[in-house]
Design a protein around this ligand. Structure first.
Ligand code: PEP
Ligand code: MN
Length: 337
């Protein structure tokens, strides 16, 4: 971190800052130019908020050099993290596809879809039991019943499940019944939830907040790792922009940025990113080409009658074709699918 003082700073004012920072255990390197006085601050500045220094009237600029995240930072762990979701490894050389309906609607729906998505090559079943819906009048999910349907199907068909958690009180149920716990876009900064998820060791799928920067997203992941849970997978699901022709805008560039900044795996959700089934295939291919470790895709046997997100759900044959094409892209960049 570098601190630049205003030109009329007084020696006793610089001394206030010196003492303050030395007291916090930092090492200081000072340099004085003709008009400019600088202090370079060396040490672990991750837990220090540089903006707090602007409270002093004689501070001109504070520049952060080191990222504010530590445990998720690739500088502190250069090797890719590979997260094991009940035997399915996410990260490294593999591309993993997760598929299933937006919401669990019935036992027969799940029973029917699992063999279909498995035959296409999906390794993890998705399906929401507790649904965060924009309107309180929309289908809210089957709740506990939905979770039981997923657990039963997971055992019967031997496939891990990913489903969204909405409240801290549900954590014990999720530990018992779910393989990968999803934190949805709306809860990315629910810090109380993130702290509790940091205390367990189940894998967490952390979706990007719909208006969050990459740094904010990584700081949320930092909460979970800081609590002790290292099993975090990031999920880019599109962000809100001024564009209205898609539900969100898929930030493809977040994939290489995430790969540079962190060792955590990243998957992409082209369904919520686009909001339309017609765009899901193109975005999936682009995501794999850009280096994503997997995809999470909404699939429904009858999108026209789906209780949520039918407009962005693929029919089984389209899902099957999409995976065939994804395999070719994966091969071209020397990855396995
Ligand atoms: C979901 O995956 O079911 C979902 C609601 O996604 P998001 O949190 O990205 O909107
Ligand atoms: Mn959905």
């Amino acid at each position: 971190m570098i601190i630049k003082f205003k030109n009329d700073v007084k020696e006793n004012e610089i001394d206030i800052i010196r003492k303050y920072l030395l007291n916090k255990g930092f090492e200081l390197h000072e340099s004085t130019g003709k008009t400019t006085k600088l202090i370079g601050v060396i040490g672990d500045t991750a837990s220090f908020d540089p903006n707090s220094l602007y409270a002093y009237e004689f501070i001109d600029t504070v520049l952060r050099i080191q990222e504010p995240f530590k445990k998720v930072n690739r500088k502190f762990k250069p090797d890719d993290t590979i997260v094991d979701v009940s035997g399915v490894k996410i990260g490294g050389k593999k591309v993993v596809i997760m598929g299933g309906p937006c919401a669990v609607e019935s036992e027969s729906q799940i029973d029917e879809i699992i063999p279909i998505i498995k035959a296409s090559g999906a390794k993890i079943l998705r399906g929401g039991a507790y649904k965060p819906r924009t309107s309180p009048y929309s289908f809210q999910g089957l709740g506990d019943e939905g979770l039981d349907i997923l657990q039963k199907a997971s055992k019967k068909y031997n496939i891990p499940i990913v489903t969204e958690i909405m409240s801290v009180e549900d954590i014990p149920k999720f530990i018992e019944k779910v393989d990968l716990i999803q934190v949805g876009t709306r809860n990315m900064q629910n810090f109380a939830l993130l702290k509790e998820l940091g205390k367990i060791d189940k894998p967490i799928l952390l979706k990007r907040g719909l208006s969050s920067t990459i740094e904010e997203w990584l700081m949320s992941a930092e909460y979970i790792l800081d609590g002790g849970n290292k099993n975090v997978i990031l999920c880019e699901r599109g962000i809100r922009t001024y564009e209205t022709s898609t539900r969100n805008t898929l930030d493809i560039s977040s994939i290489p940025v995430i790969k540079k900044l962190t060792h955590l795996p990243i998957i992409v959700d082209p369904s919520h990113a686009s909001g339309r089934w017609e765009y899901v295939e193109s975005l999936s291919l682009a995501a794999i080409a850009a280096g994503a470790d997997g995809l999470i895709i909404e699939v429904h046997q009858s999108p026209e009658t789906a209780l949520s997100d039918g407009q962005q759900s693929l029919k089984p044959d389209k899902f099957n074709n999409l995976i065939k094409k994804c395999k070719k892209i994966a091969q071209a960049i020397e990855k396995d699918l």
